[in-house]
Design a protein around this ligand. Structure first.
Ligand SMILES: Cc1cc2nc3c(=O)[nH]c(=O)nc-3n(C[C@H](O)[C@H](O)[C@H](O)COP(=O)(O)O)c2cc1C
Length: 234
């Protein structure tokens, strides 16, 4: 059996996407798939956390208007020759993040004819991000698969407030803040990371058996308080 090859192209600002794709990669490797990682790096580093509430607010505004963030060059040879591409990154103000938008602008044609699985890390709102990705992938003649989505756990409005404050460099989850009673953790849980590894294994198996086309989205509420849409066989 020929070994399948998966490329994970990702951008991660605060490390959440990174931990998910690392687990996904481990799961894929357990299914004997070769995995290559391609991290998109911005030309101007974007600090995490940001310097202040004002800087966070400004970033929210510019990303709402889909500002592109220039990325370092990506060689075509790194992308070619894979059976599947996972395109992973965070939602930014309901949109695809600026570095991934730049990737499409500059290198979108690299994805032509490729099967692409979007992986989204977000606080809680991912649909417009996914619709944009689907549009862009189709525009560049790629074949988008159903997305895998990981939400931060926790209830609103605390989750939104907590993520904003965390981005601004505060510690909303730390006692003695009154907010800590409602906002326990920034980012994905250990269970979600384990889930990403399981998805990797299932994906690897599907790839080995050449059954990827039979997979579709499943949005399941996890007991951990997050929701993960993942792949189930139709
Ligand atoms: C500028 C900015 C805007 C964001 N906007 C949204 C949003 O509209 N919806 C959402 O669910 N999460 C939003 N988030 C939260 C991130 O998607 C979330 O924290 C994600 O897990 C970050 O992944 P990363 O650490 O890989 O960058 C935003 C984060 C930033 C920095």
């Amino acid at each position: 059996m020929t070994q399948r090859r998966v490329l994970i192209i990702y951008f991660s600002h605060s490390g959440q996407t990174r931990k998910l794709i690392q687990a996904l990669a481990k799961g894929l490797e357990k299914s004997s798939v070769e995995v290559n990682l391609l991290q998109l790096k911005t030309v101007e580093p974007i600090q995490f956390p940001l310097q202040s509430v004002l800087a966070t607010f400004k970033l929210m505004v510019v990303t709402f208007f889909r500002k592109r963030f220039a990325i370092q060059p990506v060689e075509r040879s790194l992308v070619d020759g894979h059976d599947l591409i996972v395109l992973a990154g965070p939602t930014w103000s309901y949109n695809v993040s600026g570095p991934i938008l730049s990737f499409f602008n500059n290198y979108g044609e690299y994805l032509a004819d490729c099967k692409v699985l979007p992986l989204i890390s977000c606080r809680g709102y991912w649909r417009t991000h996914y619709w944009q990705l689907k549009y862009l992938l189709t525009k560049y003649k790629a074949h988008p698969l159903a997305p895998t989505v990981f939400l931060h756990p926790g209830a609103e409005p605390w989750r939104t407030i907590g993520v904003f404050l965390k981005l601004a460099g505060k510690k909303p989850e730390a006692s003695p803040s009154w907010l800590a009673r409602y906002y326990r953790k920034f980012g994905h849980t250990r269970e979600q990371v384990e889930h990403a590894a399981e998805i990797g294994m299932a994906l690897g198996k599907a790839l080995q058996e050449a059954k990827l086309d039979g997979y579709r989205e499943f949005a399941g509420v996890q007991k951990t308080g997050g929701i993960s849409a993942n792949l189930v066989k139709s």
